[in-house]
Design a binder for this molecule. Structure first.
Ligand code: GAL
Length: 662
């Protein structure tokens, strides 16, 4: 009998011996004992055997010695490779969360199948028991999401453990995705892109550069240009002043050695600016407090050399940190904060603001600046408090075309603001800017307080941030793209308030290379599909398209996202009607936007962790009959559909289409 032989004799004998050993005792592996580094979550760090705030784990008054404290939205992706038998835990909101406003859902997905879920989980409820059979499961996802705001989404997986007989579970990161460029390059023949309408006030300096792709040299002309304007035939820059209010229908023309083209355009000389959402670049998410005159000039150069200007990008905007910083020791941040008349001075990093805006304007672009109604800006630099009028005048004299007006230290002025107090600084600045001799677009940055979308336009704003900083909450969590600013405060309501002259602003396009707050520039944490989602969603909701990554370091993939003219056309549609979510089924969402020509732009989104089929139903879109479907990212017709259009959408991805009657 083989069994009687000593195990050391031969390999074969040894193998036989092992085969006949009784099955190994299942081992308990605690979730919190694994390497937690790959976990992504909406706030803070996952905590082993503690709540996300570092307190003992506690749900509904019951304490747990072991478990994992996370914060919504969190994704724990575990590779099991069939080695685990069972997972068990108690889930709930940690008792130490200081508010019970969060409503959580927990989900367990094994190889694309939902194995367990709990919805409507709130603080104070008893822990919910989880027990799932994992036999044969290779990939397991433990997900915790918040409905509405992620605030106080302290999601506990208490007492969480695996019963393991084979390989131990390993927490892994998101699957790698290839950055696929979906959009064909623009033709070498001329093509006019971007907005089809532009607003200007009578008698104010006019600057608009015709955005056109195609080989250079290119020759530009405009038919029926109103009196007071001229076009530079080499650059396409239209300049001058229109004295007489009115709507001027003009025709832009562009030609090169390979062909020519034309496109109708409307100039509306009246009181309304920002007839389409602003397009441009802002320094904040890449340069933060390192911004300088040189960086801004290089940004303007790059907007031209990268070709972004040919797709309609216009504004080159400095964010915080250009004025003096009280108490700073860095000599480039100090200096007299104000001049002898009280007007704000720039710090030594910006030696000559007028020369800077002249430079930006010479490229056919517009210049933007930032301040706060409080004594200090968010980064502690001089703000406009009690100097609003003289500062507004100074911005105009310097030649700025855009002002972002933050909130920050205004909290020290209005500690518990009423609606009137919330509105006051913006109304005051809106009035002041209107009195200047040039058009200055006003962006309100107070994070959505007091439902700013309901009154932002009335107080003189041309766009208003709808929520806090996107960069602070979205890292690795694409659901933040959908939530921040879109339904955090008012359900799916914001679309009712944006429109020509005033737009909902869910913050900047976080693409390309961004600062990681340690002063290093790192690639956006969004996967390629999440980047398509980000840009598509911004266009569907008519958000300003302000890129805030490193504009001097644009790779082909980032440019492909930023510069697809058919997608930008959705954002810049002259009807100016923001889209909205028309259907939601778990992680699958359909968003739609009415276009001026009667067509509809429709985004089929998959927020889920696995590819899925998303269906856009005519009934939900308010359509009947046949529609021609054009894939906007691929710029390709997909044929015609009736009743519905469905597409396979990758994890966290989108299929963006335009549906036309013919
Ligand atoms: C924040 C604002 C950011 C950025 C920053 C500058 O309040 O939301 O977009 O401007 O201030 O300090």
């Amino acid at each position: 009998m083989k069994l009687n032989l000593p195990a050391v004799f031969t390999g074969l004998v040894f193998a036989t011996f092992v085969c006949q050993t009784p099955a190994a005792e299942p081992e308990t592996v605690w979730l919190s004992s694994l390497d937690l580094t790959p976990i992504v979550q909406g706030w803070g760090q996952p905590q082993a055997d503690k709540s996300v705030t570092g307190k003992p784990l506690s749900i509904g008054g019951k304490r747990f010695e072991r478990g994992l404290g996370t914060h919504t939205d969190s994704i724990i992706r575990l590779q099991l490779n069939g080695g685990a038998e069972k997972f068990s835990a108690f889930v709930g909101v940690d008792d130490a969360a200081t508010s019970d406003q969060a409503t959580l859902s927990f989900r367990i997905i094994g190889d694309s199948k939902v194995l367990w879920r709990a919805r409507g989980v709130k603080r104070g409820q008893p822990p919910r028991k989880v027990e799932v059979d994992l036999k044969g499961v290779k990939m397991l996802l433990l997900l915790a999401d918040s409905r509405g705001s992620i605030n106080f989404g302290h999601a506990n997986w208490a007492d969480a453990k695996f019963l393991v007989t084979g390989a131990r579970p390993v927490i892994v990161g998101a699957p790698k995705e290839e950055a696929v460029i979906l959009t064909p390059k623009p033709p070498r023949t001329p093509r006019i892109n971007g907005a089809r309408i532009f607003g200007v006030r009578p008698g104010h300096p006019f600057l608009f550069t015709i955005p056109a792709t195609g080989d250079r040299p290119m020759t530009f002309a405009v038919d029926n240009l109103p009196a007071g304007l001229t076009v530079d035939s080499k650059t396409g820059q239209i300049q001058g002043r229109i004295e007489k209010p009115g709507t001027y229908r003009v025709t832009f023309r562009a030609s090169n050695l390979l062909g020519d083209t034309w496109r109708p355009f409307k100039i509306v000389c009246g009181d309304t600016l920002a007839l389409t959402p602003h397009m441009g670049w802002n320094s904040w998410y890449v340069w933060e407090n390192h911004v300088t005159d040189k960086i801004m000039r290089e940004a303007a150069d790059a907007m031209v050399s990268s070709g972004m200007i040919n797709h309609g990008y216009q504004y080159v905007n400095i964010d915080d940190c250009w004025s003096a910083k009280p108490g700073a020791t860095d000599p480039t941040l100090i200096g007299e904060p104000r001049d002898e008349w009280g007007a704000v001075n720039s710090n030594p990093r910006f030696p000559n603001m007028k020369a800077l805006t002249d430079y930006i304007h010479s490229k056919g672009l517009k210049a933007g600046i930032y301040t706060s109604p409080g004594p200090l800006t968010c980064a502690g630099h001089i703000g406009a408090y009690q100097h609003e009028a003289i500062d507004a005048q100074r911005f105009a004299e310097w030649g700025y075309d855009f002002l972002k007006y933050d909130w920050c230290s205004y909290r020290t002025v209005a500690t518990n603001p009423s609606l009137t107090q919330l509105q006051w600084p913006y109304r005051a600045m809106g009035d002041l800017l209107r009195k200047q001799g040039r058009d200055i677009v006003l962006n309100l940055c107070q994070y959505g307080m007091g439902k700013v979308w309901e009154w932002g336009k009335e107080v003189g704003g041309h766009s208003w941030r709808t929520a806090g900083d996107l960069g602070g909450s979205f890292y690795g969590i694409p659901s933040a793209l959908f939530r921040d600013g879109f339904d955090v405060y008012s359900g799916n309501e914001l679309h009712k308030h944006g429109g020509p002259g005033g737009w909902n602003d869910p913050d900047y396009l976080l693409l390309g290379y961004l600062s990681n707050w340690k002063g290093q520039t790192v690639p956006t944490p969004l996967t390629p599909n999440e980047q398509y989602t980000h840009f598509s969603l911004w266009c569907l909701v008519a958000a300003p398209l302000i890129f805030s990554g490193d504009i001097t370091r644009l790779d082909d993939f980032t440019l492909n996202i930023l510069c697809n003219d058919e997608v930008i056309e959705v954002d810049q549609d002259p009807l100016g009607k923001p889209g909205r979510r028309v259907a939601i089924d778990g992680d699958l969402e359909v968003w739609a936007r009415d276009m001026e020509d009667g067509s509809k732009a429709v985004g089929l989104f998959n927020r889920g962790e696995e590819p899925a089929t998303v269906v856009a139903k005519w009934a939900e879109l308010g359509l009947e009959g046949k529609r021609i479907v054009r894939d906007l990212w691929r710029q390709k017709d997909l044929g015609s559909c009736e009743g519905e259009f469905k597409a396979e959408v990758p994890r966290h991805g989108v299929v963006l289409v335009r549906l036309r009657a013919k």
